[in-house]
Design a protein around this ligand. Structure first.
Ligand code: SAH
Length: 194
């Protein structure tokens, strides 16, 4: 499907997706489908995870902020690629469960329960920022936490569909934007949910 980065394909081989899903979905875990993960949320299609990861143009050791931990699958893929991951989830139950998965795979991602609209200033700026929920518009706070020379990948759109946007900040801080087509994400919502 156009994912030609060998390292990404290897990361997918290394992270068993069925571990992140309810047992009833076991047989379908390696099809290109989204599944319910609780709290009304879904794990993204594997193609979407791979596509967003490819857009990031990651290098080992980069600091990555992920908004929307969800199941933690994408988080683990980023870790496998050698990123230092900081990931925020607004649903407490999902956050706790994802933390268990990260520990199980012995990755060292830092997971936070909170509102991703605020980003995470403590560890900013980030080399890469990845949003895995549909944002009605670009959250300016996230852009301000992106390093010069950094990349922000975010699905933007207020309706049921979003445009996959890749923003690049050059070394002078100028931002340019490129559109990578239509995707469907659960919405990016404000405030955390206990
Ligand atoms: N990468 C995840 C995708 C999960 S779906 C996976 O593959 O499993 C997107 C997630 O974004 C949901 O869990 C949803 O609760 C979360 N989300 C939505 N708005 C958010 C916000 N403002 N801050 C943090 N997480 C948010």
């Amino acid at each position: 499907m156009g994912i030609n980065d060998e390292k990404i394909l290897e990361a997918f081989d290394a992270i068993p997706r069925h571990y992140f899903l309810d047992l009833v979905f076991d047989a379908q875990a390696y099809t290109n489908m989204a599944f319910q993960i609780g709290s009304g949320q879904t794990i993204s299609h594997p193609y979407t995870v791979a596509f967003q990861t490819q857009l990031l143009e990651l290098e080992k050791g980069m600091k990555v902020l992920e908004i929307g931990t969800g199941s933690g699958f994408q988080t683990c893929v980023l870790c496998k690629l050698g990123a230092k991951v900081f990931s925020i989830e607004r649903h407490k139950e999902l956050h706790k469960k994802a933390k268990g998965m990260i520990d199980f795979f012995k990755f060292s991602a830092r997971l936070f329960f909170g509102d991703g609209y605020k980003g995470n200033k403590t560890y900013a700026p980030y080399d890469r920022i990845l949003v895995t929920c549909g944002a009605p518009k670009l959250p300016i706070e996230l852009l301000s936490q992106l390093k010069n020379g950094g990349v922000l990948v975010i699905p933007v759109g207020a309706g049921k569909e979003q445009k996959m946007i890749k923003l690049t900040k050059d070394f002078e801080g100028n931002v340019s934007e490129k559109d990578y087509g239509i995707f469907k994400f659960v919405p990016m919502l404000e405030r955390k949910v206990n």
